[in-house]
Ligand binder design. Structure first.
Ligand SMILES: C[S@@+](CC[C@H](N)C(=O)[O-])C[C@H]1O[C@@H](n2cnc3c(N)ncnc32)[C@H](O)[C@@H]1O
Length: 266
């Protein structure tokens, strides 16, 4: 298996995560840097949050984007009107590019869904020229994502299946402190630096938060699809209670912290 990300529907993804990866993308680009005339690869582009953000930060010569999911590749291609952007289906662990093709390879919220994430870093290094930059960012599900911890902690209190979901969710690849830096160093990248990036996820009300998960989007949504009607109703009510936290339904704002890492190809 090359991807553990559960894709249901591109519009659902936008509501679940695309709107937040859109906020994270500029912070990531700031950390990674960009220069006019470069060729950049977006690995695991999804619906294109980073791909399209890149065009706002520099006059790039070429942007190539790949994703494992044909559903997302189709949605991103539908959005694309820029002839310098090419989007195709491919596996991060077997990138369809020659060695040293790009100035930068970037992965926004991807490596934690690649079971052999080290292979993806090795591939990113291979397709970037000497002196170029490889960079990635992943959420800190365990300690930095209260909006989603609220759901996984709630289901963990309700069932053994929920406890297993929490365990998987909190310990996806590259999420532990220092883990991504070590992977970058192991793959021979030099001048490896890391930082934390933070955004807020602002929801209008419980439905705004819950609808994409309830509809089956992403790893938490996948969990919902296997529950029977009684378990579903119990889960909906318990997560709603956690969201509302004793006040009437309405807007809630949660911080979300991501680990970011970048290294230079020697
Ligand atoms: C959370 S989404 C992030 C998408 C996009 N970068 C964004 O920030 O909105 C994770 C993405 O990683 C992609 N992915 C997971 N494993 C992959 C692999 N082995 N090769 C390419 N893409 C992969 C999924 O298909 C999905 O689009």
């Amino acid at each position: 298996m090359s991807s553990s990300f559960n894709v249901h529907d591109a519009a659902g993804y936008e509501q679940l995560m695309g709107r937040w990866s859109n906020k994270l993308a500029p912070l990531f680009i700031d950390f990674v840097g960009l220069a006019n005339g470069e060729k950049v690869l977006d690995v695991g582009c999804g619906t294109g949050s980073l791909t399209f953000a890149l065009t706002r930060f520099a006059d790039l010569r070429e942007i190539s984007a790949i994703d494992y999911s044909p559903v997302f590749v189709e949605a991103a291609n539908r959005r694309n009107t820029n002839p310098r952007i090419t989007i195709q289906q491919a596996d991060a662990c077997a990138l369809p590019f020659e060695d040293a093709t790009f100035d930068r390879a970037m992965a926004l919220l991807v490596l934690h869904f690649v079971p052999k994430a080290g292979e993806a870093v090795a591939e990113m290094r291979r397709v970037v020229r000497p002196g170029g930059i490889v960079a990635a960012v992943v959420w800190d599900h365990l300690g930095g994502m209260p909006a989603m911890r609220m759901m996984v902690d709630t289901v963990a209190a309700l069932s053994e299946g929920g406890r297993q979901l929490r365990n998987r969710y909190c310990f996806q690849p590259m999420m532990q402190p220092g883990e991504m830096q070590q992977a970058f160093v192991r793959q021979g990248l030099v001048d490896v630096t890391a930082t934390e990036l933070m955004i807020r996820m602002d929801f209008q009300n419980f439905d705004d938060y819950w609808a994409p998960i309830a509809a089956g989007e992403g790893p938490l949504g996948k969990f919902m699809t296997v529950l029977d009607a009684t378990e579903r109703a119990r889960t909906d009510a318990a997560v709603r209670d956690a969201y509302e936290a004793g006040r009437p339904d309405g807007p809630r704002s949660f911080t979300s912290v991501a680990w970011a890492c970048r290294g230079v190809v020697p």
